[in-house]
Design a protein around this ligand. Structure first.
Ligand code: NAP
Ligand code: ZN
Length: 342
């Protein structure tokens, strides 16, 4: 079969490799679609630890082609999505129900072969069935949506509440949609690209801000701003110093800041502890997708999340390495690698 192999930092390409065999607890899944994520680019540049040689790709879904001898509940022909994050189930964090903080966490597409290939081996405990009639491209969005769901769960949005989302990539645009579903009636997105602001307004943002044209703090939380005094919840989904610092100033007194964006390790941001205390801000980190993958799959199956507008382009396996090795094109939201594409 074909697989995109990361041989070493900076070295990636399509290879012919042996078709993998499902172990007794595994499913062999024929990939229908696998999303390219910023993490794949970080792996290529050596900015995220992994063990090459490896096939990246952790946002995948496909069709079960073989079922391991000890697996029940799955059949050949089932459409499945894979939760790539494998917790050990034995460490102190797993025992406390915090599987995303597992001391021995490993991930498909990072530590073992993933979805930029014709087939992936998926432990059945990481697999979730999708409807047979679902658009085959949509299953690739379960993983990023599961991460956004965890952030929204931590935020405690209430019907009628107000939300600001900083960063209009796929994570920000999915979070806008989840905030709408959670009942927020004021949803403000700040992102630099005009095409993303327009898309966000179609997906449920009640207003948008261009951070290059306006003072974001003043435009949102100023006395005549979009949410005078600030918003109930801020989602930081850009992962840059500027937005991390904005997030704490945009939350209203008693509000919550959820840090979803991954900033470079070692980066520092400034905030006033007095402000946190005096305004009783809650600042929480949201990491990965603990126990949210099933719900993400159900949400996508229900059609409640707009997915098609987030797919910028589909590429065959032959073009995947090039997409991963290069920065995203302007306006691009999500690129899907589709092995079945001619
Ligand atoms: P992305 O496409 O890079 O989106 C982030 C966007 O933020 C950028 O594309 C950029 O869009 C915008 N941005 C940059 N500077 C900004 C500024 N000063 N003000 C407002 N917006 C700004 O990435 P993504 O896939 O959506 O992911 C977003 C972040 O979440 C990344 O850091 C990613 O690593 C992280 N992530 C976290 C988890 C988790 O479990 N916590 C899971 C997945 C991803 P414009 O060019 O339009 O400004
Ligand atoms: Zn563990």
């Amino acid at each position: 079969m074909r697989a995109v192999r990361l041989e070493a930092v900076g070295s990636i390409g399509l290879q012919d490799v042996g078709k993998p065999i499902a172990g007794p607890d595994d499913l062999l899944v024929r990939i229908e679609a696998c999303g390219v994520c910023g993490t794949d680019r970080h792996l290529f540049h050596g900015e995220f630890p992994c063990r090459p040689p490896v096939t990246p790709g952790h946002e995948f879904s496909g069709i079960v082609e073989a079922v391991g001898a000890d697996v029940s509940g799955f059949c050949v022909g089932d459409r499945v999505t894979g939760d790539p994050n494998i917790a050990c189930g034995r460490c102190v964090h797993c025992h406390a129900g915090r599987v995303n903080l597992c001391s021995n966490l490993s991930a498909i597409g990072i530590h073992r072969d993933g979805g930029f290939a014709d087939y992936v081996v998926l432990p059945h405990k990481q697999a979730f069935i999708l409807p047979a009639g679902l658009n085959p491209l949509h299953g690739a969005f379960c993983e990023p949506l599961g991460c956004c769901l965890h952030g929204v769960d931590l935020a405690g949005i209430r019907p009628g509440g107000s939300v600001a989302v900083l960063g209009g990539g796929v994570i920000g645009l999915l979070t806008v949609q989840l905030a709408r579903l959670a009942g927020a009636t004021t949803i403000i997105l700040s992102t630099r690209q005009a095409s993303r602001r327009a898309l966000a307004e179609e997906l449920g943002a009640t207003s948008t801000v261009d951070p290059t044209a306006a003072d974001v703090i003043y435009a949102i939380s100023g006395p005549s701003g979009l949410a005078p005094g600030g918003v109930d919840v801020v989602f930081e989904c850009a992962g840059v110093k500027e937005t991390v610092e904005q997030s704490m100033r945009l939350a209203r007194a008693g509000g919550t800041v959820v840090i979803v964006g991954v900033t470079p390790q070692g980066m520092k941001a400034e905030f006033e502890p007095f402000d946190l205390l005096f305004r009783e801000l809650k600042v929480v980190g949201s990491f990965l997708n603990p126990f949210t993958h099933r719900r993400a799959a159900d949400l996508i199956a229900s059609g409640a999340i707009e997915i098609d507008r987030l797919i910028s382009r589909q590429v065959p396996l032959e073009e995947a390495a090039d997409v991963i090795a290069n920065p995203p094109a302007p306006g691009e939201v999500k690129v899907l690698v589709v092995p079945g594409l001619a």
